[in-house]
Design a protein around this ligand. Structure first.
Ligand code: FES
Length: 105
């Protein structure tokens, strides 16, 4: 499985052989600029990403807690997700996201 991440500066990074259990952990373990301050508890919104349009419908819907946290995220959009709430699954091979403003340190 691989994922494609565009960082806050627009640089494209492909992460192959993803090891983490969530999208956030895969991005963090690759060393990209993501704060993920709460460690994946859906309590900080510093793992905010924008999901490319072709992938938004393939993800599980936003849960109530995630939705509440996204409300405090910087520049929320229709395709906003907390990357710590996106589980890594084989059917998401090629998933493409962009790190949102406020997600880096
Ligand atoms: S890491 Fe804190 S909300 Fe995702």
């Amino acid at each position: 499985m691989r994922i494609v991440v565009y960082d806050q500066g627009g640089a494209r990074v492909e992460i192959g052989d993803v090891a983490g259990q969530t999208l956030m952990s895969a991005i963090r373990d690759k060393g990209l600029n993501i704060t993920a301050q709460c460690g994946g508890c859906a309590a900080c919104a510093t793992c905010h990403v924008y999901v490319d349009d072709e992938w938004t419908s393939k993800l599980k819907p936003v849960g109530d807690v995630e939705d509440a946290m996204l409300d405090i995220a910087e520049e929320r959009q229709e395709n906003s997700r907390l990357s710590c709430q996106v589980k890594r699954t084989e059917d998401l091979d090629g998933l493409t996201v962009r790190l949102a403003p406020g997600s880096g340190f």
